[in-house]
Design a protein around this ligand. Structure first.
Ligand SMILES: NC(=O)c1ccc[n+]([C@@H]2O[C@H](COP(=O)([O-])OP(=O)(O)OC[C@H]3O[C@@H](n4cnc5c(N)ncnc54)[C@H](OP(=O)(O)O)[C@@H]3O)[C@@H](O)[C@H]2O)c1
Length: 276
């Protein structure tokens, strides 16, 4: 997928953050955008914004809760019934949960695994036949730099993204030569609604990443789309984030474990001081 001209792209999580910005950057090039998220009002607002600037564009809005398997299956069935000429699948929807695993709410963990892992996998499985029909095609799976390391206090999220990165690499190899490319996007911290969704009620003073490691949502979307057009396997936007995995790869695992344990102890002490 070289230039996205007249492409039909499906973007999950298009109502906010990185997904919405990808829709904005694809709009001048694409023929059809299928925008998926739960908040239909947000999708309709985005649709109006995109059509005002790109009157030729076709935009479909689909309200789907990706944590509900029946809704994800219904979305895929309807796309097939309509014979949507899909050539670009962007699995972007996802969320985190910050805090210790023991104190997490099971329902939030379960929804996170459904959205970050099950829905993403199902969409690939169900829609690859459509992508094959209209190749060349592309899949962009939004992972995270957190996929590259275990992260205490964000443990299930990081593990779910490790799945996304690993699965994307394997799928890329399997689809080599079929005309469908697979790219995984591994952003570091980006200012979106992600932080508030991952946060827990009553824990407003949780530390956020320093500004110097953050990358803007515009830059993340731009770098990701360029990586897809160049058929890159994995892209980590931002200089410091690109360096981080290389740096951590040089550190022996036993030292990293000491670091993880210290981070966990600090978190426990912080929570204890709040409740004291
Ligand atoms: N921001 C960061 O620091 C960061 C870093 C690394 C990776 N990422 C990854 O980047 C992706 C996009 O995140 P973001 O930063 O743009 O966060 P965001 O601003 O919170 O956007 C998340 C998007 O996912 C959608 N979504 C969440 N749960 C959903 C559900 N059950 N069903 C359907 N859609 C759902 C949301 O739509 P509705 O709420 O309307 O359903 C929203 O459009 C995620 O996969 C995230 O893990 C983010």
């Amino acid at each position: 997928m070289k230039d996205f001209l007249e492409c039909t792209a499906l973007i999950t999580g298009a109502s906010a953050g990185i997904g919405r910005e990808m829709a904005r950057q694809l709009a001048p090039l694409a023929g059809t955008l299928v925008l998926v998220a739960r908040r239909m009002d947000r999708l309709e607002t985005l649709r109006a914004e995109l059509l005002a600037i790109n009157p030729e564009l076709r935009v479909q809005c689909r309200s789907v809760d990706l944590s509900q398997r029946a809704e994800v299956a219904a979305l895929c069935d309807s796309l097939k019934e309509e014979s949507l000429e899909l050539d670009f699948l962007i699995n972007n929807a996802g969320f985190g949960d910050s805090g210790t695993f023991e104190s997490s709410e099971w329902t939030k963990i379960e929804r996170m695994l459904e959205v970050n892992v099950v829905a993403l996998t199902y969409l690939c499985h169900s829609l690859i036949p459509l992508l094959r029909r209209y190749r060349p095609g592309a899949i962009l799976n939004v992972s995270s730099v957190a996929s590259l390391l275990p992260l205490p206090n964000l443990g299930v999220y990081a593990a779910s993204k490790a799945y996304v990165s690993s699965f994307s690499e394997a799928l890329r190899a399997e689809l080599r030569g079929t005309g469908i490319s697979v790219t995984s996007l591994c952003p570091g911290p980006v200012d979106t609604e992600f932080q508030s969704v991952a946060g827990r009620a009553g824990d407003p003073e949780r530390k956020h990443a320093p500004d110097w490691v953050k990358v803007s949502v515009e830059e993340v979307a731009r770098v990701a789309l360029r990586a897809v057009s160049r058929d890159r396997a994995r892209i980590v936007p931002g200089f410091w984030m690109m360096m981080a995995p290389l740096f951590f790869a040089l550190i022996p695992l036993f030292i990293l474990r000491l670091f993880f344990e210290a981070a966990s102890r600090n978190e426990a002490a912080r929570l204890a001081s709040r409740t004291a």
